[in-house]
Design a protein around this ligand. Structure first.
Ligand code: NAP
Length: 495
């Protein structure tokens, strides 16, 4: 029985769209992209909170093969990313292959028919020869189970479900969380509300953001001479690589660079916050890079405002009128903003139930063994399956370097399979184990194991204390491996 689709892609963000573009290139054009939201764009569709912008310069945070000369700033606001996603979907004819408000419950490998059977909420089933999950890394919103949160009488907003109709003017608000989202949001909320209390459990490293508008003249230059934008991309990517590869991955060999970043962040804090006690509270006690660092010129300054208070006592419970901290104090609020991030390790790897060959459950396999995926994309016992958001898949700081490496991996893998006239692939146990051993060894030099990260509470670490998210290599090397991995790392033909 032939499957309905060449491939089924789950997720219509930049990862899923990249997979779609590559599938078209490979001639597998009969694919469907299933998306639980009402429109495309992934993160950039879901997140609309005030202050939302990229934290990787836009020349780099975009597909290299689809440069956008129209970014209005070095770090484009969120709405421009959403617009860019729409542009890509239109140009590469992806939208007509997308199905929105389609929640995928799970997928099961049907060995007999060499296809994936994908179950959709409501009971429908679709079949595809190949399955690619592009469900994101930061896509399962997390609300901590604060006792009493259900009794809160005011308005609760999670940053991933921003209510555009809710007016913050004159409110007494709390923001819980001080991650990258809060760093962007806090200054915006502080401008509107009467009183803002920021509940911080772990301070975050913040360095200055070298941001500015991109003038129409430069936009015209980028449009007429694409090489100029390519050069800007190369310069920016090189700087990010140095930070990531030298400062984070080779922490043991280059502690000075890492320490330098910490010194810069502390100087930034000193220059921006007047009160010494507030500065002390905002100073991280873990090494730079343990957690994804953030960029902002306005976050620290906000704590000088008389209507803004930083609360570092831990939250004990939530009552109808406010938040009670461990010291017994109640902060009265009418608006509770949860900038509490995402659940990666319990809810995201994988985001849906995936059952492979011999009934192996991917989530159970990862939890019972170690989190692992060959080259961050394929897993033994899961034939014809590309797990685009896998442990050890994220390389570099811009998600687009990961997406494009995976597109190249797909190209090499499918190319070889077609050359052999086969239609089933599966990575070998040996290749997967060798890859896991290699990344484990390389991580030994990183700040995650060589630095002081124990108090960072970083989502880079899983529940077993392993830093199993980032691929410990340069993006250049990740791309080189994507086009040169040994072809015998896979089996081709009946699984
Ligand atoms: P996050 O970094 O995971 O931060 C969540 C915050 O909530 C942390 O400060 C955390 O404190 C706090 N929190 C969680 N549970 C808590 C509890 N029970 N009590 C008190 N505080 C609690 O999430 P995020 O800020 O949404 O950012 C996630 C990632 O998204 C970023 O690292 C970045 O990669 C990406 N992002 C990117 C952009 C951009 O590019 N423009 C913007 C926003 C986000 P602890 O640290 O103590 O756990």
């Amino acid at each position: 029985m032939a499957p309905q689709f060449d491939a089924i892609v789950v997720g219509a963000g930049f990862g899923g769209m990249g997979a779609g573009i590559e599938l078209d290139r490979l001639g597998l054009s009969n694919f469907v992209i299933l998306e639980r939201e009402a429109d495309l764009g992934g993160t950039w569709h879901v997140n609309r909170y005030p202050g939302l912008a990229v934290d990787i310069a836009s020349v780099t945070y975009s597909y290299s093969f689809e440069p956008n000369p129209h970014w209005s700033r070095l770090f484009a606001p969120g709405a421009e990313l959403k617009k860019y996603a729409e542009h890509v979907a239109a140009k590469y004819d992806l939208r007509r292959r997308m199905r929105f408000e389609t929640v995928v419950d799970g997928a099961r490998w049907d060995a007999e028919n060499e296809q994936w059977v994908v179950s959709i909420a409501g009971g429908e089933q679709l079949t595809g020869r190949y399955l690619a999950t592009a469900t994101g890394f930061l896509s399962q919103p997390y609300t901590p189970p604060f006792p009493g949160i259900e009794t809160f009488a005011g308005k609760i907003i999670h940053t991933t479900a921003w209510d555009d109709d809710y007016d913050l003017t004159g409110r007494r608000a709390a923001i819980i969380g001080t991650g990258a989202t809060a760093v962007q949001l806090v200054p915006e909320v502080a401008r509107k509300v009467d009183a803002l209390t920021v509940f911080q459990r772990t301070p975050i490293w913040v360095v200055p953001k070298v941001d500015m508008p991109i003038s129409p003249a430069v936009q015209r230059l980028f449009a007429s001479l694409p090489l100029t934008q390519k050069a800007a991309r190369l310069a920016n990517t090189t700087a990010l690589e140095a930070l990531m590869v030298i400062g984070v991955l080779h922490f043991r060999q280059a502690k000075l660079l890492n320490r330098g970043a910490g010194v810069l962040a502390k100087a930034h804090l000193r220059a921006q916050v007047r009160d010494a006690e507030t500065r002390r509270k905002l100073t991280p006690h873990y090494d730079f890079g343990c957690k994804r660092p953030t960029f902002s010129n306005t976050y620290f300054k906000t704590f000088n405002q008389p209507n803004v208070h930083l609360e570092t006592n831990s939250i004990e419970r939530i009552e109808p009128e406010g938040i009670v901290t461990a010291d017994g104090h109640q902060t009265e609020i009418d608006t509770l903003i949860l900038a509490t991030g995402f659940n990666l390790w319990d809810a995201n790897f994988p985001a849906i139930e995936i059952i492979g060959r011999d009934g192996v459950n991917l989530g159970k396999f990862w939890r019972d063994n170690r989190f692992q995926a060959y080259e961050g994309i394929t897993v033994p016992k899961f034939p014809n399956f590309l797990s685009l958001n896998s442990p050890y898949s994220y390389s570099g700081l811009s998600y687009f370097t990961t997406i494009e490496a995976q597109m190249k991996h797909m190209g090499r893998l499918f190319g070889e399979m077609f050359r052999r006239n086969e239609r089933v692939f599966e990575v070998t146990e040996r290749a997967n184990t060798e890859f896991l051993d290699r990344v484990t060894e390389r991580l030994g030099s990183s700040v995650f194991y060589g630095g002081q990260c124990s108090t960072a509470r970083s989502y880079y670490f899983n529940q077993h204390g392993e830093a199993a998210l980032l691929r410990p290599t340069s993006t250049l090397n990740a791309h080189r491996e994507a086009v040169s991995f040994p072809l015998e790392d896979y089996t081709y033909g009946a699984a």
